[in-house]
Design a protein around this ligand. Sequence first.
Ligand code: UDP
Length: 239
Amino acid sequence: EPAKPAYRRILLKLSGEALMGNLSFGIDPDMIQRMAREVTEISRLGVQVAMVIGGGNLFRGAGLAQAGMDRVTADQMGMLATVMNALAMQDALEHHGAFCRVMSAIKINQVCEDYIRRRAVRHLEKGRVVVFAAGTGNPYFTTDSAASLRASEINADLMLKATKVDGVYDSDPMHNPDALRYDSLTYDEALSSRLEVMDQTALVLCRDNSIPLRVFDVYQPDNLKRVVMGESVGTLVKR
Ligand code: UDP
């Protein structure tokens, strides 16, 4: 008998950069196809999969504001960037035979569905991958916060944050060769030592709603499946 997934419903947060591959802007077709293939595979195992995708591969509000743009307008561009990434992911998922719905926090309902929580849950129950787009719909937030919010709303058993490194370190492993990786830590530890796991808003939301978070290296093939099957890949952040 094939092994069963360890979770019923998960929320996967992918940064925009995860779709960029080796490019410096935009979406790398090979990269998004690979991600979509892995997501389709876990969806077929019976896990209900919701996703939040960032927009940093296209536009970031803070960056645009630094270049002189009004911050709120800049954030709106950032949120629209996440919609484009979500549409690309929907397309890639369908390419692999998965069923998908994009739901946006900003109304653009000729392009995708509006976010309605009960409909999102229904899609998940039917085995459709739901991609939550446009972040929280509000400026001054990040897609990490959007992911924490949606994970709380849909009662996800686990939030997964896909990164370039294989977990949470006590200092930046790209710069410090002696950096130590945590197997697990608490939200309070992450908050007080200001470890670069997620922004503080996102951490607090996950903590207060008791959503465990696994940070893992998404560039490592099959890591997503391993996490879903219950393996301790990367770092677990919990209450
Ligand atoms: N954004 C926003 N509100 C949200 C989520 C995102 O205004 O609730 C904007 C913000 O400008 C952000 C951009 O969308 O810089 C892209 O999201 P993010 O930087 O979180 O993407 P990632 O770093 O994950 O690629």
